[in-house]
Design a protein around this ligand. Structure first.
Ligand code: PBG
Length: 326
């Protein structure tokens, strides 16, 4: 007896057939929009290395959030750019600091229609550009930084944040933040931990967006992960879940799809991926030259991130994808 020939192309013949058998569906509900707000601005300022992205004023931020909510985007993550930076990154925990002001305004604008997340770190606020406090010999002091992160978490919680997202890669940061929030009655504020965050060369445009330069041409390799490692990420992810993270993140996304896939297989908490500034900028740069179709590549890339295991994707394409996905 001969078996009929397998013909996978039968199911690829029409758009409707392809839709019917698609294993991965990217939808508006999967998207988180990263937004930048800068203190003391009169008008929004475009970020040249991130086409379509601006440093918002509080007023333009409110408008953007309302439009994203109307498009059905369920969440945004906020990054602040303070007017003044100092060694302790005071602006990050100031009740009148830019992110705290913006959170109150956003809640007033969108209510509970959108999840308000805030990046929780010091680098946008420190004059040396590191994610933590420095010791006298210039190293990042892990445990002193944890105390600052706890203060930032409380300031964000007071301002009404739904989700704190610690991104500084200090050991024990999730536990320190969870404990501070619970002690002050903010048990309902959730934590999205940047758990597996690599010392990537893909954050360049982001640093333009937040006016960050690391002192002395330094880098973050003493706290962010070495891109050679994957088992290390699994340890980081597991320990963040044990410390109380409600959701965990892998960052960047495309260069680390293996990390995402392994994290998905091992963990049951919601898994986020951050398609970062450099990933976005590369698509735009090539599209501007007519070398690729930027819209098609964006859809392919973000779908791939979901296929690898992400439940939610932080992406600068959030708005344009929401407009297209409907
Ligand atoms: C740190 C932080 C960074 C990004 C998100 N949070 C920069 C860094 O670690 O240097 C990068 C995001 C991107 O490149 O889009 N607060």
């Amino acid at each position: 007896m001969t078996f009929p020939q397998r013909r996978p192309r039968r199911l690829r013949r029409t758009p409707a057939l392809r839709r019917l058998v698609a294993e991965t569906r990217l939808g508006v509900d999967d998207l988180v929009a990263p937004l930048f707000v800068r203190e003391g601005l009169g008008d929004p300022v475009p970020v040249p290395s991130l086409p379509g992205v601006v440093q918002h004023t509080v007023a333009s931020l409110r408008k953007e959030a309302a439009e994203l909510a109307d498009l059905g985007v369920p969440a945004l993550i906020l990054f602040g750019v303070p007017e003044r930076k100092d060694a302790e990154g005071s602006g990050a925990s100031d009740p009148d600091g830019i992110v705290q002001v913006a959170l109150r305004e956003l809640r007033d604008e969108v209510g509970d229609r959108m999840v308000l997340m805030a990046d929780l770190c010091l680098d946008e606020y420190t004059d040396h550009g590191h994610c933590g406090l420095l010791t006298s010999d210039g190293r990042v002091d892990n445990d002193a930084t944890l105390e600052r992160y706890a203060e930032v978490a409380l300031a964000q919680a007071e301002a009404g944040v739904d989700v704190c997202a610690p991104s500084g890669m200090m050991d024990g940061q999730v536990f320190a933040i969870r404990e501070a929030l619970d002690d002050d009655g903010f048990e309902e504020v959730a934590i999205l931990a940047y758990s597996a965050k690599y010392a990537s060369a893909l954050y360049g445009p982001f640093r333009d967006a937040v006016d960050v330069e690391i002192a002395g041409g330094g880098d973050r390799k003493a706290y962010q992960q070495d891109w050679a490692n994957v088992r290390e990420s699994l340890m980081e992810l597991r320990s963040d879940v044990e410390e109380g993270a409600d959701m965990v993140m892998v960052k960047p996304a495309l260069t680390y799809l293996d990390v995402l896939a392994r994290a998905r297989a091992e963990l049951d908490v919601p898994l986020a991926a951050y398609h970062v500034s450099g990933e976005y900028a590369m698509v735009h740069a090539a599209a501007e030259r007519g070398w690729i179709d930027g819209d098609a590549v964006a859809l392919e890339q973000i779908t791939a991130v979901k296929r690898a295991g992400a439940d939610l994707v932080l992406t600068y394409f959030a708005r344009s994808l929401a407009e297209r996905l409907g």
